[in-house]
Design a protein around this ligand. Structure first.
Ligand SMILES: O=c1ccn([C@@H]2O[C@H](COP(=O)(O)O)[C@@H](O)[C@H]2O)c(=O)[nH]1
Length: 227
């Protein structure tokens, strides 16, 4: 199975669908995030579903347990393969999210966003390294019965050793030739797609290295060829 999920972080629905159609032979799934869901809602998800690839709804739900469970029930009908919640929402929230999810939907917990480094984390009041915080939240997600976590490629090897049958989603990927700065420079804990896969990633989330490439098909094919 191709582990690449293309992040469709584009403001226009027609452009997102056109990109997905173009690269669909070189990716294994499509990731729709907050930007997409806020702009296009259920209608947009139904339209992208017609491309025929598994859908990852990266909604990063983070609220009290009852509210998150209600949101999970409301997205059942979209039949997502993967949905995200924030691990920092706590164990009860994650348990209720999993209980409310469809049978075939993997619920994974975002640990520490790949856009944060140790200093950013300290500024939010969390002491210690981002690495340790990822491990702590991964243990909590496993205890809550989730399917896996989202973390960077810098931690996935260690998490994989501790959680053998976990499902690990890794964003923040930059192919060696793609300059992070030219793609916005917001990702701080980056590795290459190949490094993430070798360390145990189940899903490789890739957005701008494909969507902002001069030729997205060539870019997607090149990344696929490195795996
Ligand atoms: O920690 C996280 C969690 C989610 N993301 C999402 O992944 C993609 C990455 O896009 P790029 O353009 O390849 O940087 C994007 O949709 C994020 O919302 C993440 O980057 N880090």
């Amino acid at each position: 199975m191709n582990p690449i999920y293309l992040a469709l972080d584009l403001p226009r629905l027609d452009a997102a669908i056109a990109l997905a159609q173009k690269v669909k032979g070189h990716v294994g799934g499509l990731k729709l995030g907050l930007e997409f869901f806020c702009a296009h809602g259920h209608h947009g998800v139904h339209e992208v579903a017609k491309v025929g690839l598994p859908l990852f709804l990266d909604l990063k739900l983070h609220d009290i347990p009852n509210t998150v469970a209600g949101a999970m029930q409301s997205i059942h009908v979209l039949e997502p393969a993967i949905v995200t919640v924030h691990a920092s929402g706590g164990r009860a929230m994650m348990e209720d999210a999993k209980a409310a999810a469809g049978e075939h939907c993997r619920v994974v917990a975002v640990t520490v966003l790949t856009s944060l480094d140790d200093a950013d984390l300290a500024a939010t009041g969390v002491g210690g390294s981002s690495h340790d915080q990822v491990l702590r939240l991964a243990d909590l997600a496993a205890e809550a019965g989730l399917d896996g976590i989202v973390c960077s490629g810098q931690e996935v090897g260690e998490v994989h050793r501790r959680w053998k049958n976990g499902f690990f989603v890794v964003p923040g990927l930059r192919p060696a030739e793609a300059a992070n700065g030219a793609l916005g420079g917001d990702q701080k804990r980056t590795v290459t797609p190949r490094q993430a896969r070798d360390a145990g990633a189940s899903v490789l989330v890739i957005g701008r290295p494909i969507s902002r490439a001069e030729d997205p098909v060539t870019a997607a094919r090149a990344i696929e060829g490195t795996l």
